[in-house]
Design a binder for this molecule. Sequence first.
Ligand code: NZQ
Ligand code: ZN
Length: 387
Amino acid sequence: MENFEVINPTRILFGKNQLGRLPQLLRTVNATKIMITYGGGSIIKTGLLDKIKAQLEDFDIVEFSGIEPNPEYTTLMKAVEIAKAEKVDFLLAVGGGSVIDGTKFISGAINYHRDPWDVLTRKQGAVFTSAVPFGTVLTLPATGSEANSGAVISRHELGVKVTMGGPLFFPVFSFCDPTLVATLPKRQLANGITDAFMHTLEQYLTFPSHNLLQEREAEGILSTLIEIKDVINHPEDYRLAANLMHCATHALNGNLRCGVITDWSTHMIGHELTAHFGIDHACTLAIIAPRLCEHKFEDKKEKLTQYGKRVWNLTGDDTTIAKEAIVKTEEFFQSLGIKTRISDYTQEYQGIEAKIKETFEERGWTAMGERQSLTPEDVEEIVLAAI
Ligand code: NZQ
Ligand code: ZN
């Protein structure tokens, strides 16, 4: 088993009817002026914003709305300016991964006195050294952002999507109420299952590890997501919704990576597809993962076989099981209504494989994957195969 160190300070309040705890939690961090951050208005329509405001009568509140899916740098910078001017001392993100990620960025940028873009582009010496504390009310189980310290920020004008994070960016608390899943459109439910599934696979489909517990936990999440996929048709079913939310949080709260080797290449390639074409994050993963597994078949064969046997109950010789496991995975995504080819989303794909290869070269991402053997040339072939 690999050595590991893990810390996750986020308090998770899982279940229904818990918002009454909000004022007390805010007092424990001495919050007085709170900025509620949210997206395009789903929380207004569902009545959630009013319920939250009713809990915050004793606090000063500022609202910032309009954080879009794949949160946009220029939008977030407007929030940073308002938060500075209003002297906000706590942020409350109410939404999915985009709102939570955007809020992580805002929390770091408020007290940063130079250009925050330098931090996102990893300019030498540019780091966020403090963050305004924040909590979340999760409305879309998918990314695990409610329970981790990572974020992904887009800058449309430059066609880039970049990651940030670090120990400063764990939420202080996250309300995870499965009843909020009921209003999600089918597309977002399918995305949520797929994203959580892929977070698990990226921390699992590498080498057979000696961490038997983490192997079984990953397989447990994958099997559960398969079992509850009917949540896309019945999001009001509390049992299904609660299991989706629980799985999504656990898929990326830092637990699965303990003592194992991970491979986040599918995510890194997928982010480029979102940056270029605006394809939903989860869909980019469903496009890339099957082709990446085929491309690196020999490297991943042993683990694909274990996955095929334990998660899909496949039988036969190892090569057949490993190949069938890739087919089953792609069919699973398709059964959720997710298309698995770039050309299903755009006809403007000419040359995309070369562009992504160049981007990986520019960033020095020349040796990725669990064996550091995935080169920009491999990435080019995978993207080409995914068209
Ligand atoms: O903006 P509103 O009006 O709220 O509508 C949202 C949005 O249009 C809607 N929605 C959310 N909750 C709802 C709801 N509609 C009805 N009822 C509800 N309860 O759903 C739409 C999509 O929301 P978004 O937050 O964009 O989705 P998701 O949670 O999938 O987040 C995707 C973003 O997270 C990043 C992705 O790259 C992408 O930018 N990720 C963040 C990660 C992390 N921080 O750990 C890891 C992931 O791998 C991922 O990269
Ligand atoms: Zn993801």
